[in-house]
Design a protein around this ligand. Sequence first.
Ligand SMILES: *[C@@H]1O[C@H](CO)[C@@H](O)[C@H](O)[C@H]1NC(C)=O
Ligand SMILES: *[C@@H]1O[C@H](CO)[C@@H](O)[C@H](O)[C@H]1NC(C)=O
Ligand SMILES: *[C@@H]1O[C@H](CO)[C@@H](O)[C@H](O)[C@H]1NC(C)=O
Ligand SMILES: *[C@@H]1O[C@H](CO)[C@@H](O)[C@H](O)[C@H]1NC(C)=O
Ligand SMILES: *[C@@H]1O[C@H](CO)[C@@H](O)[C@H](O)[C@H]1NC(C)=O
Ligand SMILES: *[C@@H]1O[C@H](CO)[C@@H](O)[C@H](O)[C@H]1NC(C)=O
Length: 398
Amino acid sequence: MAPFLFLLATLSLTTTLVNAYAPRPDCHPFFLDIPIEATSLDLDIIHVDNNIDAVDFAVDFDRWDAPNITSRISSSSNVSETFTIYAELCSPPGNGTVVKKDAIQILTHGAVFDHRYWDVDLKRSEYSYVQAALNAGYTVLNYDRLCNGLSDKPDAYTLGHGLNELQILRVLTEIVRAGTLNSHLHSGSTLPSTPAFDKVVHVGHSSGSQLTTALLTSYGNLSDAAILTGLLFADHLLPTATLALGFTFAPENNPVLFGGYPSGYIVPSDVGRIQAGFFHRVNDTDPAGFTDEALAYAESVKSPLATGEWLSLRGLLNVGPSAEFKGAVEFFAAEFDELVCDGDCRNDYDPAVLQVVYPHAEAVEVYLQPGAGHGLTLHRNASGGYGVMLDFLGKHGL
Ligand SMILES: *[C@@H]1O[C@H](CO)[C@@H](O)[C@H](O)[C@H]1NC(C)=O
Ligand SMILES: *[C@@H]1O[C@H](CO)[C@@H](O)[C@H](O)[C@H]1NC(C)=O
Ligand SMILES: *[C@@H]1O[C@H](CO)[C@@H](O)[C@H](O)[C@H]1NC(C)=O
Ligand SMILES: *[C@@H]1O[C@H](CO)[C@@H](O)[C@H](O)[C@H]1NC(C)=O
Ligand SMILES: *[C@@H]1O[C@H](CO)[C@@H](O)[C@H](O)[C@H]1NC(C)=O
Ligand SMILES: *[C@@H]1O[C@H](CO)[C@@H](O)[C@H](O)[C@H]1NC(C)=O
């Protein structure tokens, strides 16, 4: 799949971002080749090749009566593709102080950040969800979605969308269950042999939670429990989120970091847009709020996405009732989420609607993390929230 573009993107990232992507000692970095039956769409959307196109795209998407994705697809075809995906496998400390669980967690990040969203490199004991899960004894697979971070950057209009990301998440889950990650390594990557896992927990954020929801809907027996963060099917979901995020054409936004990205890859213009979309505080000492340092960190690790991915948020994926998912699911949302609830999630969602999606689930719970904004892992009290999430899993036998 587009080896030239992939190389370009990887080269610019690995040479200039070497520190930001430095793997941590308890995580093993590698690339996988994931074969899928991909869907190639012919999408009627504005192509983004500069910053002005990016605003045209946002205005077109956010109009209240904008056409949904179904009516923008003029044709589609099935193609066999193999995509190269970056991942890190992190193992809990093996020194006897932490009891290793028999479950693995697969983490799916949302839009605008890559796998580093889950492993915030500030004070890891306070901010890193990966660290919290390792301390609780889980093994963790933290990967970059197709189009994001160090993974392949396919064409943003035909292949870079949710249907293909769903197939990648499905295959990843199957090979993690089978213990066959090693037989899918990309040339040059290594990984110590990994065991099969009987129990898989899926954790998502935002559009990554939407992908996880689609996995539970279509392949519900592949998951034993799920935590869907930054997603509530709220009344005020994404009204003008595209404009609020101030998308620009990635190579124009930062030629040094994003110079290798092709047509249709977008990223928020500046730190103010990241703050508006992902952060909340009442003042700069708010213990549930965020530090200026965390905000600057977020801007420094922001990561472009494909226009097709953004568009597929509007109705491409089947997120209807799950016939097969029997595990426990927790909706873990921020109290003051700008993107999901237009700034305030209290009373902005219907718990009955969430139950309807999981008719056979062991439990469906909702938790609002007090004082936080959409970027839950980047707030001062992130670890308070991790305690709630990990307790939920423990309570349900994982
Ligand atoms: C998308 O729009 C078309 C045409 O207006 C409509 O028939 C269809 O029901 C819509 N689909 C969704 C999922 O809203
Ligand atoms: C693609 O594959 C799906 C599932 O196998 C099938 O339902 C669909 O008709 C195929 N689409 C095309 C355009 O062949
Ligand atoms: C075990 O590993 C953890 C995490 O690396 C560390 O915090 C702890 O001090 C270690 N304990 C011992 C007894 O070595
Ligand atoms: C899930 O269901 C599919 C289709 O029914 C089956 O092929 C697969 O083996 C099942 N997987 C698990 C983990 O039970
Ligand atoms: C900042 O907000 C917190 C939380 O609402 C409050 O307790 C504190 O008094 C405020 N501090 C200042 C200096 O206003
Ligand atoms: C931190 O989060 C936990 C879990 O949600 C909560 O119980 C606690 O009140 C929060 N602390 C603050 C200062 O908001």
